[in-house]
Design a protein around this ligand. Structure first.
Ligand code: PAF
Length: 284
């Protein structure tokens, strides 16, 4: 696996790989876990070469979110990626990504604003900005993102469509389904913050979501199904539900009723020291 940290050698290396077939990009902030490796494996299935970026993007951290303590186990990440057959690792520092005088922000209105965006102002601008730069730096044929962060995926898809960065002009944006534990809990590095008791209680989240989806499918009013979901989580031991919303799957506009367009149930809830997020398709 080749490792580069400057933009000119990156472009040369990507062009050489592209001579042999499609190049897939998996953007990450490092501290890799099974979810990232699932994206890499899917990328390998779909392309001749996989490029992974590791960049802890300062622009997506809020003032109260500790950028400096974000884990950076670089050697271990390299071993994992080499073991998965990754061809190239793009590992710029902040000065390479945002040189002196950098002044441009990519902001995707609407889809960035509610749900997690409401609690983290500026976060999705930071994500859209860095992903736009990564697409321009490498011009990948496809790029893969986890569906676990559905709002992030929706922001990136909107940005790529609006700025002509997605197929047929540039990258195919592939959402990879959430990997779940045996009891249905979505895999996340945040699950490690849970005590054994909290971890057992957390399985109520996917269960309550499935119950709400079944209730909506059976014709129950959306607001009543969402109230039932929130009550079930509190009864199971969650401290608070930050949001539980039925949304248009693409624009993330809240839906008061299940219509014909693809819809998604999105939830964020707190248990112990963790804030867990999950999302599921409704009516597919
Ligand atoms: O999901 C992440 O790890 C980050 O938000 C991403 C997409 C790599 C952009 O920094």
């Amino acid at each position: 696996m080749q490792i580069v940290n400057r933009i000119d050698p990156l472009r040369d290396a990507v062009e050489r790989l592209r001579e042999q077939g499609k190049v897939a990009l998996v953007p990450t902030m490092g501290a890799l876990h099974e979810g990232h490796l699932t994206l890499v494996r899917e990328a390998r299935r779909r392309a001749a070469h996989v490029v992974v970026s590791i960049f802890v993007n300062p622009r997506q951290f809020g003032a109260n979110e500790d950028l400096s303590s974000y884990p950076r186990p670089f050697e271990r990440d390299c071993e994992l990626l080499a073991g998965e057959g990754v061809s190239l690792l793009w590992n710029p520092d902040a000065a390479a990504m945002y040189p002196q005088g950098y002044a441009t922000n990519v902001s995707v209105s609407g889809v960035s604003e509610g749900l997690c965006g409401a609690a983290r102002p500026g976060h999705f601008d930071g994500v859209a900005t860095v992903v736009c730069k990564l697409f321009n730096q490498m011009r990948p044929d496809l790029a893969l993102f986890g569906e676990k962060d559905w709002q992030q995926l929706a922001v990136i898809r909107r940005m790529a469509r609006d700025l002509d960065l997605s197929r047929p002009l540039a990258a195919d944006i592939i959402g990879v389904p959430t990997v779940r534990e045996a009891d249905g809990l979505a895999m996340s590095s945040r699950n490690a913050y849970l005590t054994a008791g909290e971890r057992a209680a957390a399985a109520a989240l996917p269960r309550a979501m499935q119950d709400a989806i079944a209730a909506i499918g059976a014709g129950e009013p959306v607001s009543r199904a969402l109230d039932g979901l929130k009550s079930a989580l509190i009864a199971a031991g969650f401290a608070a539900v930050d949001y539980a919303e039925l949304c248009d799957a693409d624009s993330l506009a809240p839906l008061a009723e299940r219509g014909n367009a693809p819809a998604r149930l999105l939830v964020a809830a707190r248990i112990g020291k963790a804030r867990l997020i999950d999302n599921m398709a409704v009516g597919e």
